[in-house]
Design a protein around this ligand. Structure first.
Ligand code: 4AD
Ligand code: MG
Length: 463
């Protein structure tokens, strides 16, 4: 038989009125007076706790009032409706079994802890209200993403984690080797490392994007997506970069840049809608304690259409802004954090920035007819900055080879990627949605370290 949970009771407490129920869970707080007391119990099934009333009629009452926070117990008792008090019902305990009395030095005592401190107890922080909310939203958002793509006819592809293909720059990929690093590494004549006797017989990496493999499947299924871990070795100590993050990468055949933006917008709205619908308690909590106005922001997004603007026009706006920049905006340059912030505040919502200078973007992006810009698009949102990065792909064989050569990308290892331009090439596009950046936007959390269960960032690999 399925065990009863606190969520079941909240959903339908009236049908349990005056009935005996049993619950297993952890103590959040205990309050007591001489002859009776209250235990706030949580079993993880629901954001809210349940109130357990204990009285000195219980044999072990003296031990119960000494129960520590996070002790695990089993409660049996009668559900009583208490419509006029803070919670609509409570359990009057008839028996309480203690499984484990939590040590009294439990690090999460009932007071406010800083997020920095909570990172040092990442194994315990899911037990706090904040992280309970964040990680349930993470789970619900992940499901909504799969649902969106599955409902719309996309095929889910598991692209490899181990790869020899360079998508976003090999300098940012973790190298993978089974060679003994305690011994001198074998060298080629030109002084570079000789990988011929390594496990794969050549230099291998951990993937920084599934896009290239995704494109091969899109050329068969029409529409595909990936959703998996992505690793980048960049030494960026910022609030929006992690060395391990999750990325969703859809790839769509017969789709140009404008159609891609339609899909990005539709997808983001679907996720926001489902999270609002399925995590009301968690979103209310985030709205109250993490980002004031969060709910209004998310609801507004559902009813807006996102601005679409060329990179050069963004630079115009930035240059006209009456303020000093740490990094001067420039037509040939990437947007700095301060620029992203300004532009999303300027338009008061998400902004698609499109048609970027080709020199600062990846080799596979479609070269525009001006010969200077590529059909790339980044979606910028307030707070998290760039949450989606995508483009129309260069579908012409010769142009792609030229773009690769200009950027010093070796064509030989990517022969199979180039093949797509020889067999049924078509106008196709795709994007990458950074899952953690999305979660920052959905919850209002300001640091990527606080939306990943066990964040991996420079100098940080505890747990
Ligand atoms: O813009 P990026 O590098 O694009 C790609 O990887 C393409 N291959 C995607 C594609 O077109 N299929 O990364 C995509 C998104 C970014 O917009 C950002 O949200 C997120 O991934 N991202 C990171 N998130 C956390 N930490 C990092 N270090 C990230 N780098 C990128
Ligand atoms: Mg990008």
């Amino acid at each position: 038989m399925k065990k009863l949970t606190i969520k079941d009771l909240y959903k339908d407490y009236k049908s349990f009125e005056n009935k005996q129920v049993s619950l297993e869970g952890w103590i959040r707080t205990v309050r007591d007076s001489k002859t009776f007391g209250f235990i706030e119990l949580n079993d993880g099934s629901y954001f809210k706790n349940i109130q357990i009333v204990i009285s000195d009629k219980l044999d072990n009452f003296k031990d119960l009032v000494k129960l520590t926070i996070s002790s695990s117990i089993k409660v049996t008792g009668t559900l009583v409706i208490t419509e006029n008090s803070k919670q609509p019902f409570e359990i009057q305990a008839t028996n309480i079994e203690v499984f484990n009395l939590s040590d009294s030095d439990y690090p999460l005592q009932k007071k406010r802890h800083t997020f920095e401190y909570l990172r040092t107890v990442a194994h315990l922080r899911p037990r706090t209200n904040t992280f309970n909310a964040i990680f349930r939203i993470r789970s619900v958002a992940a499901f909504a993403i799969h649902e969106y793509f599955q409902n719309n006819g996309y095929v889910y592809v598991h692209t490899p984690i181990i790869t020899c293909a360079d998508c976003e720059g090999s300098a940012e990929m973790f190298k993978l080797t089974t060679m003994d690093l305690e011994k001198p590494l074998p060298k080629n004549e030109d002084g570079t490392t000789d990988f011929s006797n390594d496990l794969f017989g050549k230099e291998a990496y951990i993937t920084g994007s599934g896009q290239l493999h995704g494109e091969t499947f899109a050329a068969s299924f029409g529409k595909i997506y990936t959703f998996g871990p992505t690793l980048r070795s960049e030494n960026s100590n910022t609030k929006t970069h992690a060395n391990e993050f999750w990325m969703i990468e859809p790839e769509i055949s017969f789709c140009d840049l404008e159609q891609l933006m339609d899909i990005e917008e539709d997808c983001l709205k679907y996720i926001v809608e489902k999270v609002l619908e399925r995590c009301p308690e968690e979103i209310n909590f985030c709205d109250q304690f993490i980002e004031k106005g969060l709910k209004e922001k998310l609801n507004k997004l559902l009813n807006s259409s996102f601005v679409r603007i060329d990179h050069k026009d963004v630079i115009d706006i930035l240059k006209k802004a009456d303020r000093k920049w740490e990094f001067e905006p420039d037509y040939g340059e990437d947007l700095a954090k301060e620029h992203e912030k300004y532009i999303t505040e300027y338009f008061n919502g998400p902004v698609f920035v499109k048609n970027w200078p080709k020199d600062i973007k990846s080799y596979y992006m479609k070269l525009n007819s001006d010969g200077k810009t590529v059909a790339a698009v980044d979606l910028e949102v307030p707070g998290a900055g760039e949450i989606m990065g995508g483009s129309q792909r260069e579908e012409d064989y010769d142009t792609l080879v030229k773009l690769m050569e200009a950027k010093g990308i070796k064509t030989e290892p990517l022969w199979w990627y180039l093949d797509l331009r020889r067999y049924g090439s078509n106008v196709h596009s795709g994007f990458g949605l950074g899952f953690e950046r999305l979660l920052m936007y959905l919850t209002g959390m300001e640091n990527i370290r606080d939306v990943i269960p066990y964040p991996r960032t420079p100098k940080n690999c505890e747990f």
